[in-house]
Design a protein. Sequence first.
Length: 421
Amino acid sequence: YILEHSDLVIHYVTSDYQDRIFQHPNPRIESYYIGPLALIQFMMRMDADLVAMTTPDLETFHIKRSLVRKDVEYVYIDHGMASFHLMYRKGALDHFDTIYCYGPNNMEEVRETEKLYGLPAKRLVKTGFPLLDSMLKEVRELGEVRNEPRIILIAPSWQKDNILEFCLEETLDPLLDTGYRIIVRPHPEFVKRFPAKIKAIQDRYADQPAERLEIQTDFSSNETVYTADLVITDWSSIAQEFSYATKKPSLFFNTSMKILNPEYDRIPLIPLDISLRDQIGISINPDQLDRLPEMVETLFREKDRYGEQIRAVVSHNIFDVGDGARGGGSYIIRRLEIKQEAKKAQKPSPANLEDQEELDPDILKKLARHMDRLREQGRLEEFLNHPLPAGDPAPMTRAGYLVQLLREMEAMTNDEEGHQA
């Protein structure tokens, strides 16, 4: 949006050397790879008008606000559609100036947090979720999908007690008997951090034919997500993305909830991560897994009803669906315009520019020399005790004030020498 609606140059900083930004060069996007350690110093020396970040916890850990400039505006852009007060640490957003809000729940969460902890009010920007727009576009381009047999996608989180570690066998065994095709898609972080566990799962089910069970570890495409008939997860946001994009229901396992902020319940709002589970699908407890095939059949049978319900949920919870980039993009363009206008308004007047041009490194020597001459003339005390003219505007800078004093001294000493002559 910014590239299409302005002539701004974007400086994109990443600590992922495999970031896809490097595969899509653009003359108006300056891309930088900066390693985690170098990033600490880089951020402390930040000299920019506005910094938009997807990393929370500013000032809490190693990423700090700029020491070079105090007027940098820090904007937080969430990478998912989660509730701030449950899925982020206490204080994770406190040091940002501006927060992008994808729906009314985000705005309420920020304001209630400010109220509870006595925090200064932040700028809240109503903006849609561009990733959801991209997913909706991909689903439209795929057209109607009819799988035979139906596909069930198991896509857990990577937190403690996720489906893969807590109840994978109890989940897969009854589902394999249904005749549906099952795809297990671990979270990318789980694959990266626990390769031995992934290998153990693959070995355990190696005798299952691919048309019945697939352990998927290639994340280069999201087509598997869009073409599935049902997603089963624990606390992963993939269910929200799947149901919002396809209007198909999800099935949630009530494993141990991931809580990063132990004080989340002090905010008088139910996090969407909890309330949505029984709005866009069904949630079940691990001790109900013997009923799993029955619940799967219920979701398939009532998919049209759930589709209408999910449409209402999306409309209520997400701003600007289909035009998600506009709010955030236009905000950045306008804020930078305002900042540039403010800089122009603060430019020194011609008189002060003249003062700056005359100011040189020897001004203190000149001041000392003229003070000595006034002392010799017996007029230094008279000069220092003379009140400032009431009508004179104050100089804009200390340098301007020194120049003004120097001129008055010069005029005074020259006047005395003229009288003596």
